[in-house]
Design a protein around this ligand. Structure first.
Ligand SMILES: O=c1[nH]c(=O)c2[nH]c(=O)[nH]c2[nH]1
Length: 313
C-alpha cells in the first residue's frame, strides 16, 4: 500500500484551530441570517381587530464576519437566534402593517443597533387574511385565509449612504378566466399540433415584482392595493363583458401599462405568468356527449413561461 502523506499545513492559518483544512482559500462571499421566522401581530382597536401574519428571512452582512468563517472567531457575531427575537420585538414596537414597512423597520433596527454591520436585508412574506363577512357585514375579529397568495417585500439597507432598496412582490395570485381568451396566428410548421382557437380558458399563478421611483412618503399598502387592482383589471377587463386576450403576452403587457399609468410611485414591474393549460376534454364526443367549451382537464405541467418587464423608461 502506498503511503499517503498529509498535505502540509497552511502556514498562514491561525494557530490552535480545530479545523480539518490543510490549505486555506479565499472566502469570496458570506452572510448569515434566520429563515422563516413566523409572527402574527394582532392589533385590538375598540371597534375591530387587525391581523398581520408574516414569515421573515433576515440576512446580515459584515466583512468583519469573515473571521467567523475562516478563524473560528465568533466575537461580535449577531446570532441568528438574536435575529429571530428581533423580528418579534420590532413587530411589537412598530405598526408592522405592510411587509415593506416591517422590512424597513427591521433593517433600520439592525443597522442602528450593530455598528459592525455594513448592510441588513429582510424578506417579509405576508399571509393574506381576509376579513370574514357574516350576513353581509364585515366581521370585527373573524378571518379567512386568501391562500396561496402572499404579499412579499425584500428590503435591503446599506449603511454607507443609507441606501434603501425596496422590492415588492405579489406571489401565488391564482387566476382563472373562463372565456374571453384565444390564441391564433402563431407560427405553424411540421412540429405544430396546437389548433388555433378563439375560445379557451386562461389560467395562471401570477408573480409580480416592482420597484419604486422614490420610497420617501410611499404608503406601501396603498401602492400594493393599486398594483393588485390594475393587474386584476388588465387580465379580466370590466366586470361585465371582460376584455379579450389574444395571448398571455399581450395581456400582461397591458396590465403592466395600467399599473404604471395608475400607480405613480411604481418605477417598473415584472410580471411572470406560467400558462396553466386547461385542456378541452374532446373525448366527450367518443363518450356520446358534446363538447361545448364546458369540460376541461386542468393541468399544471408543462406550463408556458410568459414573462415581461414594463418600465417608465
Ligand atoms: O397565450 C399564449 N401564449 C403563448 O406563447 C402560447 N403558446 C402556446 O402553446 N399557447 C400559448 N398561449
Amino acid at each position: 500500500m502506498p503511503k499517503i502523506s498529509p498535505a502540509p499545513a497552511d502556514p498562514a492559518a491561525p494557530a490552535n484551530l480545530s479545523s480539518l483544512r490543510t490549505q486555506s482559500f479565499p472566502l469570496k462571499a458570506h452572510n448569515h441570517g434566520k429563515a422563516k421566522v413566523r409572527v402574527m401581530k394582532v392589533v385590538r382597536s375598540a371597534e375591530k381587530h387587525f391581523a398581520y401574519e408574516y414569515s421573515v428571512d433576515t440576512t446580515l452582512f459584515s466583512p468583519e464576519y469573515e473571521k467567523v468563517f475562516t478563524a473560528e472567531d465568533n466575537s461580535g457575531l449577531v446570532a441568528t437566534d438574536t435575529q429571530k427575537n428581533t423580528v418579534y420585538v420590532i413587530a411589537k414596537r412598530t405598526e408592522a402593517n405592510s411587509p415593506e414597512q416591517f422590512g424597513i423597520d427591521l433593517c433600520k433596527h439592525f443597522i442602528s443597533e450593530y455598528p459592525v454591520l455594513t448592510a441588513a436585508q429582510a424578506e417579509v412574506r405576508m399571509t393574506l387574511w381576509e376579513r370574514a363577512v357574516v350576513d353581509g357585514e364585515e366581521h370585527e375579529h373573524g378571518w379567512i385565509k386568501q391562500s396561496p397568495e402572499q404579499a412579499v417585500a425584500v428590503v435591503k439597507l446599506v449603511r454607507e449612504g443609507e441606501v434603501f432598496s425596496v422590492r415588492s412582490f405579489v406571489k401565488g395570485m391564482t387566476i382563472f378566466k373562463s372565456t374571453q381568451s384565444g390564441f391564433a396566428d402563431y407560427h405553424m410548421d411540421k412540429y405544430t399540433l396546437l389548433p388555433p382557437c378563439t375560445e379557451r380558458c386562461l389560467s395562471t399563478e401570477l408573480t409580480a415584482e416592482w420597484g419604486y421611483t422614490d420610497i420617501a412618503g410611499v404608503d406601501f399598502a396603498d401602492a400594493r392595493a393599486g398594483v393588485r387592482a390594475q393587474l386584476i383589471k388588465g387580465i379580466f377587463g370590466p366586470a361585465k363583458g371582460g376584455v379579450f386576450s389574444v395571448s398571455l403576452q399581450a395581456t400582461i403587457y397591458d396590465a403592466g401599462c395600467l399599473v404604471l399609468t395608475e400607480v405613480a410611485c411604481v418605477s417598473e414591474i415584472k410580471i411572470d405568468t406560467p400558462n396553466k393549460h386547461y385542456l378541452p376534454y374532446r373525448q366527450l364526443e367518443a363518450l356520446g356527449e358534446v363538447f361545448e367549451d364546458d369540460i376541461f382537464v386542468p393541468t399544471d405541467e408543462p406550463s408556458g413561461t410568459i414573462t415581461c418587464t414594463v418600465a417608465r423608461e
